[in-house]
Design a protein around this ligand. Structure first.
Ligand code: COA
Length: 345
């Protein structure tokens, strides 16, 4: 039993965003270039998806290479040369075994820190951020590097007009540090969920333990993303709208309190529909899908970094971050944008 004179224990730390970094492979593939090999038009892609160009990694670049670049930049942005743990959100690890995060940690010189991959599709970065925040709140780590990195071009069939125009490659990263609850930059409660009933709406048949007798081994199709786009589109709008409301409520905000919505860049029509459902004007919803495409788990940190760098995120704004992806999975969280955060690209 504690004595009546015992000092109250300090409140647990909150996780605070202290650094942001991004990296895109140099090669850009325009809609016009895609049209030379696909039965589509630049206009169709621009108006139905909202993309004009995307960055595609060269064949020698893997997810870990991009994750290292983004991680270095996030640590530079945070002014740190060490972190206590690393979480890598990706659906395109370098190999099925081992996880990619230890390789990234090793190449960043983060000798022997705990490092693991987290697979939650395009929601991966928000999931990973929430897990990292919990590590900080529990006192397990004081700083965590969270990376979202994807080589989508490795799992997209270049001949499939329903997926090839959508996806791009890249990496974004954030450093979370220990802060005080209520301080600008601290993450609010996460709202998140999943629905495995739609596991086959976006999936890659091969490469895991489930074998498909109908697919001849190694015919090529099994290693690519198969997607039922219109199911995904409807569910993405529904779940990102609801999870945004839930995260706002958990933070004690109303939807009208949201100054900026950072929404996973799946399709410009999806972002517009979510903004519409929440009653937010277009200027409250930064976007970079036109020039990077859908980069899956890299999408949210890339947009955070780009929006911060171009002045669309400024100190004191109430920011809601929402994502949706394969699984299905969805997640959202909140923060008040901190002063003095300079994203490094
Ligand atoms: N160029 C021209 N036509 C295309 C095309 C392309 N690149 N891709 C599909 N089409 C065609 C379809 O074949 C279909 O033709 P049909 O009517 O003759 O059968 C027609 O366009 C309409 O297809 P539909 O799937 O209903 O179009 P859509 O308006 O839903 O747009 C997507 C298709 C894929 C762009 C859209 O569903 C989407 O973006 N979904 C979400 C994808 C996503 O975000 N995935 C990642 C989740 S995180």
């Amino acid at each position: 039993m504690s004595s009546p004179d015992a000092l109250p224990s300090p409140p647990p730390p909150a996780a605070r965003l202290i650094g942001l970094g991004s990296w895109l492979p140099p090669r850009q593939v325009t809609n016009a270039e895609l049209c030379t090999r696909l039965d589509t038009s630049a206009e169709w892609i621009r108006t139905r998806i909202g993309i004009t160009t995307r960055h595609i990694a060269d064949p020698t670049t893997a997810t870990s290479d991009m994750a290292v670049e983004a991680g270095l930049r996030a640590m530079k942005s945070a002014g740190v040369d060490h972190v206590d743990a690393l979480v890598l959100a990706t659906t395109t690890p370098d190999h099925p075994v081992p996880a990619t995060a230890p390789t990234v940690a090793h190449r960043l010189g983060l000798r022997h820190v705990p490092a693991f991959d987290l697979a939650a599709g395009c929601s991966g970065f928000v999931y990973a951020t929430s897990v990292a925040a919990a590590l900080i709140q529990a006192g397990t780590a004081r700083t965590v590097l969270v990376v979202g990195a994807e080589t989508m071009s490795a799992i997209i069939d270049p001949a499939d007009r329903s997926t090839a125009p959508i996806f791009g490659d890249g990496a974004g990263a954030a450093v979370l540090g220990a802060g005080r609850a209520g301080e600008p930059g601290t993450l609010g409660p996460v709202a998140w969920g999943s629905d495995g009933e739609h596991a086959d709406a976006i999936y890659v048949p091969e490469g895991g333990s489930r074998r498909f007798p109908g697919l001849p081994p190694g015919d090529g199709a099994g290693r690519y993303v198969h997607m039922r786009g219109n199911v995904v589109l409807r569910q993405a709008v529904r779940h990102m709208s609801q999870v945004s409301r839930d995260a706002a409520a958990a933070a004690g905000w109303t939807v009208q309190d949201i100054d900026r919505l950072i929404v996973h860049q799946a399709n410009a029509r999806i972002s517009a529909a979510v903004a519409d459902a929440l009653g937010l004007p277009p200027e409250a919803v930064p976007s970079n899908i036109a020039r990077v495409g859908n980069t899956s788990a890299a999408s949210v940190p890339l947009l955070l970094a780009h929006a911060a760098a171009n002045g669309q995120l400024t100190a004191g704004q109430r920011v809601l971050v929402a994502a949706f992806g394969a699984g299905f999975t969805w997640a959202a969280t909140t923060l008040v944008w901190p002063a003095g955060l300079h994203a490094v690209s």
